[in-house]
Write a protein that binds this ligand. Sequence first.
Ligand code: NAP
Length: 262
Amino acid sequence: MLKLCVIGDPISHSRSPEIQTAMLRACGIEGVYTAEQVKKGGVRDFLESAVKRRITGINITMPLKEEIFSLLDDLDDSAKGAVNTAVWTGDHYKGYSTDGTGFINSLGALPITGAKATLFGAGGAAKVVLCTLQDAGALVNVCVRDKQKAVGLAPTERIFSWDEADKACEGAVLVVNATPLGMSGFPDFENTGFLSRMDRGGLVYDLIYAPPETGLLRRAKEAGLETRNGYAHLVHQAVLSFGMFCGVKPPERLIAELIAKG
Ligand code: NAP
């Protein structure tokens, strides 16, 4: 029996068990996928227990992606400072990130080469999304509450403080929220004046999917901007993780059905 799980804190909102279990069933694989609450600082103990419990694959969510990156010795190139997927090799866990490709797959046809984009946050998901957008040729500004945390991720002139959000979003065709602001149980963005600085045809993309519409997305919609929540991204990154855990891709029909549920 294949044992898989997702770890994070909070974790009760996670839709990964529902998605991964549907994929296991569709592929006729006997396995279980559970959600486990692991608090910041608890990843080393969790990994020891995962080895004993013969867990084959682990998804990692907020706030543990950077912590596990620092603990694993074997890292794929996709894990740019953060790991969201760990796979048992038979000897140790190897870390990957499917967040970048999952994000790009969920963006669809939005042209981003040469386009201005702004990313809120510099944590585990933000790091991978930032590298992916930069690799795709976007000009990415990063907006953070502590500028030091973004040093080395983007050129200094592209790092902005929270107070400089208006300037950071000037002319942006894409704004991505990679902070927990707006997530169930967390405060919302206090000020969304930066939305008025975006390109009028711009897309506001919130990586959060619980709730389906955050305050940021609601205000973006009211401002006439296009919006997207993080559910399609969740499905796309899950499909890639599932392929690493099980060696097969779930049927396209199921992927489309799962995305439609979001
Ligand atoms: P993380 O590693 O904990 O990073 C969180 C980032 O948000 C950090 O830069 C942090 O800044 C910033 N932040 C936290 N509280 C803040 C506040 N009150 N004001 C301003 N900034 C704040 O988390 P993560 O794994 O990157 O996840 C970030 C978000 O993306 C979460 O909401 C997560 O659910 C979502 N996500 C969704 C998917 C999906 O599949 N849809 C995938 C990945 C992530 P400091 O360093 O200063 O604390």
